[in-house]
Design a protein around this ligand. Structure first.
Ligand code: XIL
Length: 885
């Protein structure tokens, strides 16, 4: 959050000296580090004066004896007219470039809303003129209670230009939008700045089990840089986690044969010395690749492109020299790397251009086989772990090579994947598909980027993100284990060891920190390691669930109103499922219907609910937490295998309001064991910090989809006759014809939509796809109604001529067909599920749209099923919902 303070820059250098003197005169604590290496460099308790604090705007700041967190006084801020108004103090001389500080303060407000945020921010003048504002910490205050606000701030090394000031404010809103709740009076007390010890140098843990020992049936490899092999290298200790190795760069063509005929073997030799001492296998990466080849490879001494014969001869020499040198020692070779293009054709590389066919691939395998008949020869590629033209092309190529007797023994799926893509069932299908060709399948370059696209902004590698990633690793390795047990998969290699050394920091977006691997920048094991080693050590992920407003419709456990709410799964940290719950609300109640799987009824069985009214995540049990216990004996149904309880938590005014968030947890007691929705330490009675969040939301318009799989051919197959068309009535913008409808079906892989659009003039002259006569489908698979797209959110557009365009989603699996009709056009689409595995009862966020163009090619209007904001391309909160029946 950035706040803006209009007006003059604080650049009066003469003042700085005076302020600095003041600062030190009130810094009452000495500057000796304590046991943790922390040093208090500034403290202010407002006992004798304001200590140099002043208002940022026209507000009043004064010493006050009305309230004090310690001693008898605090600083009171009143008369605020903008959110950015608040107390400010320059702290330049307390800070040192490159050091990290913890800023702490206590704050209180006593009038106005039940809760409000107060932020602590840092104001800097990096170039001595303009100002920057960085919010470093935030406190969610409950009226009448002192709350501690803490933030961490690292002073930039490069641009440490005075002055630097600290200030407090409420979250920024434009002046016109700020309400009295945003302009409350507040008090601050006991402000401190503590210098943190420098982070320890990275050091790998030596006492944790080796990662590969968690898996049976396949070897677990990593890509190494040559420096790691040196026992003094900080990554060396981490090599023991793996029992298979590949060089990240050192065996590529530019490294092995930088000058024609001059081969370099020393690096490869070193890797083999290491792996042979450990008795583990190596992959040689790679022989034929369009990237990282030496400059001379495709040209002659005069600089002209070489002939087909010369190139094939060069490939032969390269392959045979290297493979024969390591015959019997390098067990696996990536003979051909990335030879398929994203379009599913052979990659248009210099190899293909010069040789003219796939012969360079065939020959490379044959030459490698001659050089070492025992080596296992692989073809390796990316984006082949999900279905689409590229996977099809690789499958067909390997099939053809095998049919023609070319010695190929394995398919390498690189698997540079993301948190949200591809879904694990795609990975599973891909492994089975390649294995069905009778070849080995290896995952050769696994990493899990935390970004869904190249232009997503830099993220902090915080616990919440890393736990999501750990779950992603766990789901992938579950599939790997199953496939290995079936004999379909023999190796999984991770592309690197520590986040700091990963290629993903420069690919596809240079300079953007990624966190794709098992070990952090500090070389310590991340949640992605601990989820396998000891899930109890994972930080707790704060989940969020929507409660739906069912005012006046709730009439007990069998009420149809429950169908509006999505079932939330109650799992342990590794995903074992113990039950589900649904949440709905009315202005005076939060109702929870929870179903628990427990086939061993015991007297102690039951469910406990915890509700904290302001969603304050605190290390203590804050004021107002309500607890409701329902025993199994009080359940509304129980068949001995599972039971269902209904519980109601009273809401007070201000809580039963759309948009309000409460802290919430649900804990199952099974005999003498606990299972919780969110706090897996089950310490709900001691702290609210690990409660999940429940958001009070309004029910959006809902549609229902029957199960069924139509053919995508723009015809109204018999299966569609069963479905009543839904009219599209929301006139979002401009003028559109009346009478257009859509119908929906679903199966485990897709949502199918059949549009019948009434449109007298069909036109697609505009170069912008959204201005052509076209239909759109919006999908929010987890129905999370977020203000920005998440990985499960997507928009698919199809013109009346079946031209497709996309925003998110899985283009490779999307299918569509279009046809013109007597009064307009018809479009039939299959929209793939990419994250959820749907079943009857699943509710997804959903909307459809028609874009209508006139004869001149201009868009004259937009029509929707539900959302009239025309913001559905980035904000899913306005979508309707679709229940799969
Ligand atoms: C990458 C390396 O990780 C980087 O260090 C190097 O700069 C570029 O290549 N597919 C492959 C790998 O087959 O060889 C690539 O490795 C990543 C994509």
């Amino acid at each position: 959050m950035r706040a803006m303070k209009p007006g003059t820059a604080l650049s009066v250098i003469a003042l700085i000296g005076a302020l600095a003197m003041l600062l030190w005169s009130c810094a009452s604590t000495g500057s000796e580090p304590d046991e943790q290496g922390e040093t208090i460099v500034y403290e202010e308790g407002f006992e004798s004066s304001l200590g140099g604090w002043s208002g940022r705007g026209p507000e009043t700041i004064q010493l006050s004896g009305e309230h004090a967190r310690s001693g008898s006084q605090s600083a009171k801020i009143s008369g605020r007219t903008s959110t950015w108004n608040g107390p400010i103090r320059e702290v330049t001389t307390a800070l040192r470039p490159g050091s990290t500080y913890r800023i702490g303060a206590w704050a209180l407000f006593t009038e106005g809303p039940d809760s409000q945020f107060i932020n602590v921010s840092v104001q800097q003048s990096p170039d001595g003129e303009g100002e920057t504002y960085t919010t470093v910490g935030s406190g969610n205050l409950v009226k009448g209670e002192w709350a501690y606000i803490e933030g961490v701030f690292t002073v930039p090394r490069s641009e440490f230009v005075v002055p630097v000031s600290l200030y407090f404010e409420t979250p920024y809103k434009e002046d016109g939008e700020a309400e009295s709740d945003d302009l409350i009076d507040f008090y601050i007390d006991d402000v401190s700045i503590t210098k943190m010890p420098p982070p320890p140098p990275p050091e790998a843990e030596t006492d944790i089990p080796a990662f590969h020992t968690f898996f049976d049936g396949f070897t677990v490899g990593t890509a190494v840089k040559r420096g790691y092999l040196n026992p003094n290298n900080d990554h060396h200790e981490l090599l023991r986690h793996f029992n298979f190795f590949v060089y990240e760069n050192e065996m590529k063509m530019d490294a092995m044969q930088p000058v024609e005929g001059q081969f370099r073997f020393d690096n490869a030799d070193r890797l083999l010395e290491y792996t042979e001492a450990r008795g583990v296998d190596v992959r040689g990466h790679t022989l034929v690749w369009h990237s990282q080849h030496p400059g001379w490879f495709f040209t002659d001494s005069g600089g002209s492109t070489v002939s087909r014969e010369v190139l094939l001869e060069r490939i032969r020499t390269h392959v045979q020299t290297i493979v024969s040198r390591y015959a019997g020692r390098v067990k696996y070779w990536d003979v051909a790397n990335e030879v398929i293009g994203d379009d599913g054709e052979l990659r248009d590389s210099q190899y293909l251009q010069i040789v003219g066919s796939d012969e360079y691939i065939r020959r490379a395998f044959e030459w490698a086989h001659e050089a070492d008949p025992d080596a296992r020869l692989f073809i390796n590629d990316y984006n082949v772990s999900f279905s689409g033209p590229k996977q099809d092309a690789l499958y067909e190529l390997v099939r053809d090579l095998k049919e023609d007797g070319v010695p190929i023994h394995g398919v390498g799926m690189q698997m540079h994947v993301r948190l949200g893509h591809p879904p694990v069932y795609e990975v599973e299908n891909a492994i089975e598909r390649f294995a069905s060709l009778g070849v080995e399948v290896h995952v050769t370059e696994l990493d899990v980027s935390v970004y869904e696209s190249a232009d997503e902004a830099q993220k902090m590698g915080d616990d919440q993100l890393l736990v999501r990633q750990a779950n992603r690793y766990a789901r992938l390795f579950r599939v790997f284990g199953e496939q290995a047990a079936l004999g379909n998969l023999q190796n999984v290699t991770i592309w690197g060891i520590s986040d700091g050394d990963s290629w993903k920091n420069s690919h596809p977006t240079p300079g953007r920190d990624d966190y794709p691997l098992l070990f952090g920048r500090d070389l310590r094991a991340k949640p992605a390691y601990w989820i396998f080693a000891d899930p109890e050590r994972l930080p707790i992920f704060i989940k969020s669930a929507n409660a739906i407003n069912v005012q006046g419709e709730m009439d007990g456990p069998d009420s149809e109103a429950w169908d509006y709410a999505s079932p939330m799964e109650i799992t342990d940290r590794v995903g074992n499922l113990y039950g589900t719950f649904r949440a709905v609300w009315e202005p005076d109640s939060l109702h929870i219907l929870a179903t628990v799987d427990d086939a061993t009824p015991e007297d102690t069985d039951g469910v406990t609910l915890f509700m904290e009214p302001y969603n304050v995540k605190s290390e203590t049990l804050t004021q107002g937490v309500q607890t409701v216990e329902v025993s199994r004996a009080e359940s509304v149904s129980d068949d001995g295998e599972r039971y269902t309880v209904l519980a109601t938590i009273p809401l007070t005014q201000g809580e039963g309001v759309a948009g309000h968030r409460v802290g919430f947890d649900l804990r199952i007691t099974d005999g003498d064991e606990f299972r919780s929705w969110n706090d897996h330490t089950h310490a709900q009675e001691q702290a609210t910090e690990n409660y999940g969040t429940v958001v009070m939301t309004e029910l959006p318009p809902m549609g229902f989809a029957q199960q069924g799989t139509p053919e995508i051919d723009a015809e109204i197959d018999a299966i569609w006759d069963e479905i009543t068309p839904t009219p599209m009535l929301v006139e979002t913008e401009g003028v559109t014809a009346e009478g257009s409808t859509f119908r929906v079906l679903w199966d485990e892989q897709y949502v199918y939509v059949l549009f019948e659009v009434v449109d007298p003039v069909l036109n697609d002259d505009s170069p912008n796809a959204y201005e052509q006569d076209s239909v759109e489908v919006f999908i929010d698979e987890n129905n999370a109604k977020t203000s920005t797209y998440q990985s499960d959110d997507a928009q698919y557009r199809v013109s009346f001529r079946n031209h497709q365009s996309f925003n998110g989603g899985d283009e490779s699996r999307f299918r569509s067909a279009a046809a013109t009709t007597s009064d307009g056009y018809r479009v039939e689409v299959a929209v793939p599920f990419t994250e959820i595995e749907p079943s009857a009862g699943t509710v997804i966020g959903f909307d459809v749209q028609i874009n209508e163009a006139d004869a001149s090619g201009a868009r004259t209007g937009i029509r929707n099923w539900v959302n009239d904001t025309n913001m559905g391309f980035q904000d899913t909160s306005g979508f309707g919902v679709l229940m799969l029946e």
